[in-house]
Ligand binder design. Structure first.
Ligand SMILES: [Zn+2]
Length: 189
């Protein structure tokens, strides 16, 4: 009888530190790390669940979020698929403007996040495909023209193009996008 002399070199799954485990199933260097890991898993599961619930509350809610300049941190996790911690870090670093109305009432700038991350696709009813597939250059804007005309950044324009799967044509250094759908989209905004 007595203590096991077994020492198994391992890497702590929580802090990444090398340590000597006493059993083959030991995963953490300390009880602190084991507790932390459990808590983080719970937190992640909770966030994933919240996200799923909100997604299930239909596309309408997401579309509504996309009309608001400021959204909650939970909403931002859904819209941009990033974690709460990431958002809090961005706010702390002053990379994203936020307004704090009180405990758990932080509202973060959707527009700024949109420039950093692309939003998730809104599931839409399958629509009829546009008949017109080829556009002449004079029927198109360049990204810069759209950005100037509607007072949005080029990256926002590119997001809009991507999100709406608009046809684009690259000629030299310029990307051309048909005027017609662009005008429709920005008229709605
Ligand atoms: Zn550890």
């Amino acid at each position: 009888m007595g203590f096991s002399k077994l020492k198994i070199p391992k890497i702590c799954e929580q802090c990444g530190k090398a340590f000597e485990a006493k059993t083959v199933v030991t995963r953490f260097c300390s009880s602190t790390c084991a507790n932390k890991s459990g808590k983080e898993k719970k937190k992640q599961a909770k966030e994933a669940e919240q996200k799923q619930t909100l997604l299930e509350q239909s596309a309408e809610k997401i579309a509504e979020m996309q009309t608001r300049p400021y959204i909650s941190i939970t909403e931002a996790t859904i819209l941009f698929g990033i974690s709460k911690d990431t958002i809090r870090r961005l706010i702390k670093a002053g990379k994203v403007p936020a307004v704090n109305f009180g405990l758990r009432l932080t509202r973060v700038s959707r527009v700024h996040l949109e420039e950093m991350y692309s939003t998730i696709e809104i599931p839409e009813e399958p629509k009829e495909k546009p008949i017109k597939l080829h556009y002449e250059i004079d029927e198109c804007y360049t990204v810069t023209e759209i950005s100037v005309k509607y007072g949005v950044s080029p990256s926002t324009v590119e997001n809009v193009i991507r999100r709406n799967s608009l046809p684009k044509r690259q000629v030299g250094n310029y990307v051309y996008v048909p005027k017609e759908p662009i005008d429709k989209i920005f008229a709605r905004k």
